[in-house]
Design a protein. Structure first.
Ligand code: PGA
Length: 251
């Protein structure tokens, strides 16, 4: 059985004061057993969050990391080894906002993914199609190429210690959610692509859905057979809402 997972991507939100408030809210949550829960604050606040959540079963991840595993001369970047040192367990790789606005391409993301694993971080690979790609019937082709890039470069075994988040770009921050069936169809295709290489890896890997997940739609989404939890943006900035989503994943 795969453990479900709920991950909160705080994006570029927060001040020291608002992060302290959010930590306080998270500390007071009644969380379900059997669900892996993680939050991904901006790098600047990682230490504050790691310290603030001590003793609470919520892990911390980063939203990005360098192409190099170890620290060195690379101005403005943060290495996976530094993230581990700061107390991170996970790192997002290839969020669509970074693919689109920072120009991150598959080759760069392969390096980030490998660097994260070299340090023991669990990469959360984000993949998904734009509205235009969906409307022109290219969804599965796009997602398969993004996934295939890692498989070709690092081998399917890399997904034995990774998480995949399917996030249709048109559903991110828009209030438009993929229907549970639309999401399930893509998740099933992702698992089938992995299974064609290695069925054990395919059965074990967690596939999260992301894109306007809220407490109100989480139960239905998480009820689909290939959806193992969610990557939550906007709704993760509200501790009570995030807690309700975590409980939905525990059902
Ligand atoms: P959203 O963001 O929940 O605000 O749509 C999801 C994400 O980008 O990870």
């Amino acid at each position: 059985m795969r453990r479900t997972m709920v991950a909160g991507n705080w994006k570029m939100h927060g001040t020291r004061a608002s992060v302290a408030e959010l930590i306080n809210g998270l500390r007071h949550l009644a969380l379900p057993g059997g669900v892996d829960i993680a939050v991904f604050p901006p790098c600047l606040h990682i230490t504050q969050v790691v310290d603030g959540l001590k003793g609470k079963s919520i892990q911390v991840g980063a939203q990005n990391s360098a192409v190099e595993a170890m620290q060195g001369a690379l101005t403005g970047e943060i290495s996976s080894s530094q993230l581990v040192d700061a107390g991170c367990s996970y790192v997002l790789v290839g969020h669509s906002e970074r693919r689109q606005m920072m120009g991150e391409r598959d080759g760069t993301l392969n390096r980030k993914f490998a660097a994260a694993q070299a340090c023991g971080l669990i990469p959360v690979l984000c993949i998904g199609e734009t509205l235009e790609q969906r409307e022109s019937g290219k969804t599965l082709e796009v997602v398969s190429r993004q996934l295939g890039s890692i498989i070709e470069e690092l081998g399917v075994g890399a997904f034995a210690k990774a998480v995949i988040a399917y996030e249709p770009v048109w559903a991110i921050g828009t209030g438009l959610t993929a229907t549970p069936q639309q999401a399930q169809d893509v998740h099933a295709a992702i698992r089938a692509q992995l299974a064609a290489e290695n069925s054990e890896v395919a059965q074990g890997v967690r596939l999260l859905y992301g894109g306007s997940v809220k407490a109100a739609n989480a139960v239905e989404l998480f009820g689909m057979p290939d959806i193992d939890g969610g990557l939550i943006g906007g709704a993760s900035l509200n501790a009570d809402e995030f807690g309700a989503i975590c409980r939905a994943a525990g059902n």
